[in-house]
Design a protein around this ligand. Sequence first.
Ligand code: SF4
Length: 277
Amino acid sequence: MNIKIAENAGFCYGVMRAIKMADDAIKKYKKLYSLGPIIHNPQVVEEYEKKGLKVAQDLNDVDAPVLIRSHGVPPEVYNEINKKGVDYIDATCPFVKEAQDYAKEMFLKGYTIVIFGDKNHPEVKAHLGYTDYNAYIVNTPEEAKNVVAEKIGVISQTTQSVERFASVVAELSKNSKQLKVYNTICDATEKRQKSAKKLAKESDIMIVIGGKNSANTRKLYEICSKYCKKAYHIETEDEIQKEWFLDVDNVGITAGASTPSYIIDRVYNFIKGMDSE
Ligand code: SF4
């Protein structure tokens, strides 16, 4: 079997930065919390729990310094942390911050804000806070039909699909006189999606590695399923089934932005090992 890893796969800049900040903070503080899991990857969260980074679901559980993860938080969370009198380490990805700034800027200028994304995703919940909780959250072109306003300002969750964003924007353009669009889908997401699509087209099977709770990994899986007849989303090599590889010549592997390289390597080696059995 030919096994190929997508040109762009695994940890993105923002996740790598957050992990580095967590490593530094663990050395500095005796006790440390992350507000929600540091990244959407259960294996990495478990590893960091062991190193001393506890996961707090909300600030009520926090009595020591707190790490804000790459997804960011709504503005009032900073005030609440300050009121508690604990330090914080802000690992919000700079690209997420940029989207928050655009949302705030357009909101203050009187635009009706549309956030393209998943309403349950922490990044989207944080973006909403920068519009004083006054934005529409839209995930499909059908939902976009419900937004009608003179001035519409659009941002996207950074990990959304570029193709779907374009169709949402096209729909919104029918409903407003002034449409301001910031394509805040990040480069890392776009690159991973493009190289997953390219590899999926030339593979008989695609293995997509990443947390089942990782939005960007699920998007990669969605893309791979569209362009390759067999696609599987796994977290680790333990989930791989040998039957998947019957009559397969070309294997493609990709991984979400929150998947560490050691897990990608393990999956690669497992498949390679199967081939030589
Ligand atoms: S996917 Fe992009 S926006 Fe999100 S954390 Fe990574 S680099 Fe930042």
